[in-house]
Unconditional design. Structure first.
Length: 168
């Protein structure tokens, strides 16, 4: 997955709308379904937990299917890109300990995977205004750059491919 520049204002606006639509849909859908089921099948004991739970489950599935259906819509471009980037970075982070050990031994693929992780994290944190972690990222990037210089390696996030993680 290539790292691309994302229009921050458009991303934030569209993400906020998607989140708001999901929240409203979940509230209205689950209440509507559960209240309909309670009206159709009242429980003399007054416990309607199972109908409420069913309403939430059915509405959650409907929201998930709707999001999946509209993934390719131009409105969702930035939002889906960031979701996919987070999945890729999560996969790298789960293997980070092995990647760092391999990078210390001079493994170029491991260093490029870490470089991609740092570049992707920087992009995400800038989109989310998470400046707290940027100082730590700068320190980690400097350590990686020193390691790359030690092993005479030129790092680029462009060199990362997801298949590389299968080796770790």
């Amino acid at each position: 997955m290539k790292l691309i520049d994302v229009n921050k204002a458009r991303y934030r606006r569209h993400l906020n709308r998607v989140i708001a639509a999901c929240i409203v849909s979940l509230a209205l859908g689950s209440l509507g379904i559960s209240q309909s089921l309670i009206a159709l099948f009242p429980d003399p004991s007054g416990s309607h937990f199972h109908w409420n739970l069913l309403g939430v489950i059915v509405t959650s599935i409907a929201i998930g299917l709707t999001l999946k259906h509209f993934r390719g819509h131009s409105f969702m471009t930035e939002v889906v890109y960031v979701w996919e980037l987070k999945k890729v970075l999560n996969r790298i982070n789960r293997k980070m300990t092995k990647l760092q050990k391999a990078a210390e031994q001079g493994n170029v693929d491991a260093m490029n995977a870490i470089q991609y992780s740092y570049a992707g994290s920087r992009l995400l944190w800038q989109l989310d205004d998470n400046t707290i972690m940027m100082d730590e990222l700068t320190v980690n990037q400097a350590q990686l750059d020193a390691l790359a210089a030690k092993h005479n390696v030129t790092l680029s996030a462009e060199n990362y491919k997801e298949e590389l993680l299968n080796n770790f």
